[in-house]
Design a protein around this ligand. Structure first.
Ligand code: NG6
Ligand code: CA
Length: 514
């Protein structure tokens, strides 16, 4: 299927003049900057009550805008959250949207109408900098990393991309700029396999003596910069990133993107690697939090936020920029490396008061930090308890731009501009969420029903309750936000109502499967 760049009733002229319209329609066409953290939990930031970690730049952003207390990522892990955010479709509707390997093919295919497509059509420049984790290339495991990796971010609506293919702990450990691995020496090509090692290459499993950071579980394959990763890679020495420089590199790219696009509307999706594993802060932050590398990476994230804010302020863009900060899923302490995160945690509660964490169907899995700031439109320093989800950003931006989406685009995304700008305290009527095993839950803001599903109750490696159970669960989230008292047996009527609604939403898809 070919992507319809502009469908009826939009006329070709409307398309052609969209850039002009975009400029004229202020304040409906603010610049949009996402700062999207990785694995940073609700309780990890001082604006949400953290006491032992101080994140002043995030606080500064919160003072400028509205801070949400009940905003969710669409899933409890990265790939499905990002998929849902950029397509406006719940990821559980689409096979192959689980945590992607580093050699996964493009998960959002070019024919899919994405959020970036919409911004582009509305006359925006569109850029993505940072963690991608949505696959690259045409076929799983078949990429030639020494040639253009197509399709990629530039084929789903981004004019500019500077990305990590997957995650910091997955090979290949290289940056990809506009489809091409950068700093590559043609005499030392990159090879990647998620099947088997390349003969003679050391691994974390067989050569622990070569490691500067040891895995606690998994992460024992190719060794890059003294850290063993998921997957095998060989070659590309000149292209390898240095882990302690990732935050700086990405932040500087994001800053220069803003600088060079300041004169017309732009959309920047800046996805940090902090505080995902492996946590290797720059010397500026190493040892500064007293909580080990995880805490240091939270400070580093805050620094990145500060750099973005300083840039927007310096360029006089505050007045016409919508700044959004959030995270792709909840927090995890030990996610596979012995980095002292558990030992040095002290009283810090990465998920705030909430149960579970990354991977989990319980609240801490998806209830993430979230701030929207837009000078002149959003009341500074406000707080909203509305039930909201990142899957709605797509339709909300369409509402903001007065942009008519093509039929079938963003099928699960609800336009909620008044809620996201803090003007209305009511959020979603129903929200469906997924944990790492695609077990679904549904909430109406008061009740939360967890559908029965297979899987362990706890992931012992990461020490997180996943919410999987062969019995359905029901919690009164309003009265019992910590999900302590399962009400399933006591409230069969509510249980049935929630279960029925969930099945209805599962069955009633509006768009066409691609
Ligand atoms: C898990 C990894 C974890 C992390 C996660 C993805 C192991 C044992 N664990 O499979 O370390 O990489 O995938 O995280 O390999 S996410 O935030 O990108 O979804
Ligand atoms: Ca994540």
């Amino acid at each position: 299927m070919k992507k319809e760049l502009c469908i009826l009733p939009l006329t070709i002229t409307a398309c052609w003049t969209s850039a002009v319209r975009a400029q004229e329609k202020q304040p409906n066409t603010p610049n949009v900057v996402f700062i999207y953290a990785d694995d940073i939990g609700y309780g990890d930031l001082s604006c949400n009550g953290a006491k032992t970690i101080h994140t002043p730049n995030v606080e500064r952003l919160a003072r400028m805008g509205v801070r949400f207390t009940n905003a969710h990522s669409a899933a409890a892990t990265s790939t499905p959250s990002r998929y849902a955010m950029l397509t406006g479709e719940y990821a559980w509707r689409k096979a192959g949207t689980g945590i992607a390997d580093g050699d996964a093919a493009s998960i959002i295919r070019p024919e899919r109408y994405s959020m970036a497509d919409m911004f582009k059509e509305a006359g925006y420049s569109t850029g993505v900098v940072g963690k991608w984790h949505l696959g690259l290339g045409d076929k799983n495991g078949q990429q030639d990393w020494n040639k253009p990796l197509k399709p990629g971010a530039n084929d789903i609506g981004f004019d500019y991309s500077f990305i990590m293919a997957a995650t910091g702990d997955r090979v290949p450990c290289v940056f990809v700029e506009n489809d091409q691995v950068i700093n590559l020496n043609p005499n030392d090509p990159v090879q990647v396999s998620y099947q088997k090692n390349f003969p003679g290459e050391p691994t974390g499993k067989d050569n622990p003596e070569l490691l500067k950071m040891h895995p606690s579980h998994g992460h024992n394959q190719s060794i890059i910069n003294g850290i063993s990763r998921i997957g095998y890679m060989k070659g590309g020495k000149s292209a390898l990133w240095k882990d302690e420089e990732i935050a700086e590199t990405l932040t500087h790219k994001a800053v220069s993107y803003i600088e060079s696009h300041k004169d017309k509307p732009f959309f920047l999706y800046f996805a940090t690697q902090d505080a995902h594993v492996p946590r290797v802060p720059s010397p500026q932050f190493a040892g500064k939090s007293g909580m080990g590398p995880r805490g240091d990476c939270l400070l580093q994230f805050d620094w990145s936020v500060g750099e973005i804010l300083n840039t927007l302020e310096r360029l006089g863009l505050y007045n016409n920029t919508l700044i959004i900060l959030s995270s792709d899923n909840g927090p995890v302490v030990d996610d596979g490396y012995k980095d002292q995160a558990v030992e040095l945690l002290g009283n810090h509660k990465p998920g705030g008061i909430y149960r579970g964490g990354k991977y989990s169907a319980y609240e801490a899995g998806t209830r993430v930090p979230c701030i929207w700031s837009w000078k002149g439109v959003i009341q500074p320093g406000s707080v909203s308890n509305a039930l909201l989800c990142q899957v709605d950003w797509f339709a909300t931006f369409a509402e903001m731009l007065k942009f008519r989406l093509p039929e079938g685009a963003a099928p699960d995304s609800e336009p909620m501009l008044n809620a996201w700008t803090g003007k209305q305290k009511k959020g979603r009527k129903w929200l469906v969420l997924q944990n790492s095993l695609n077990n679904l839950s549904i909430t109406d803001g008061q009740w939360k029903y967890l559908r029965a599903g297979k899987g362990p109750a706890i992931n012992k490696d990461v020490n997180i309750e996943l919410g999987n159970s062969m019995e359905p669960q029901l919690y009164n989230i309003k009265k019992d936000p910590m999900e302590k008292n399962d009400q399933a047996k006591a409230n069969p009527k509510i249980l049935k109502k929630m279960a029925t609604k969930l099945e209805e939403i599962i069955d009633g898809r509006y768009g066409q499967p691609l």
